[in-house]
Design a protein around this ligand. Structure first.
Ligand SMILES: CC(C)(COP(=O)(O)OP(=O)(O)OC[C@H]1O[C@@H](n2cnc3c(N)ncnc32)[C@H](O)[C@@H]1OP(=O)(O)O)[C@@H](O)C(=O)NCCC(=O)NCCS
Length: 157
């Protein structure tokens, strides 16, 4: 628990560990509010092969947070403008890991010309967290393929 947190880009072969982390945290904190359709949709999205493919296509990047060599947090960003995944292991939550992952993602996104906003479809659980980080809600709660989310946006310009 007291291990130093090390941040970096996802490396080849880490997709499975990221998928395991995301599935585990999702199952505890997010899935209870979803329908079985939403859970299936999400689980397909977070399969190791799906993470790998999105990253290989070059449109998405993933940053990780590691403690003692184990992945305890991850953020995936699409098109240098949209957070697709942000998950932190239960034992490491509320220690600033999500804040730091987002800060580092913004630094990376800033390298894209015209970058002004970072958006997210927040899980109901994460809305207060994103609000603490400066994101504002841009629409009412949405339901798509069984997934409940709240569109939010951070102005970065
Ligand atoms: C959302 C999540 C990624 C936040 O990760 P985290 O590392 O614990 O977040 P941080 O410690 O960086 O906290 C960021 C801010 O949110 C606040 N915060 C963290 N967890 C909170 C909670 N459960 N309720 C209210 N505020 C919270 C922190 O106090 C901090 O604000 P502060 O710096 O002003 O005090 C993590 O709770 C998680 O994995 N949740 C389940 C999965 C999920 O819903 N992911 C989002 C999908 S869109």
């Amino acid at each position: 628990m007291s291990a130093k947190i090390v941040y970096g880009m996802m490396r080849d072969g880490e997709e499975k560990a990221i998928s395991d982390l995301v599935s585990r945290v999702f199952s505890e904190f997010v899935a209870p509010g979803y329908t079985s359709e939403g859970i299936d949709t999400f689980m397909a999205y977070t399969e190791p092969d799906a993470i790998d493919l999105r990253s290989l296509l070059g449109h998405n990047f993933v940053l990780t947070a590691k403690a003692g060599g184990l992945i305890v947090g991850a953020i995936e960003v699409r098109g240098h403008e949209h957070i697709c995944l942000l998950f932190v292991d239960k034992e490491y939550q509320r220690r600033g890991i999500a804040r730091e992952l987002i800060r580092r993602a913004i630094v990376k996104c800033s390298k894209r010309r015209g970058f002004e906003y970072l958006s997210v479809n927040a899980s109901p659980f994460a809305v207060p967290v994103y609000a603490r980080l400066g994101f504002v809600q841009t629409d009412k709660e949405q339901l798509q393929d069984g997934i409940r989310y709240i569109p939010m946006l951070l102005v970065c310009k």
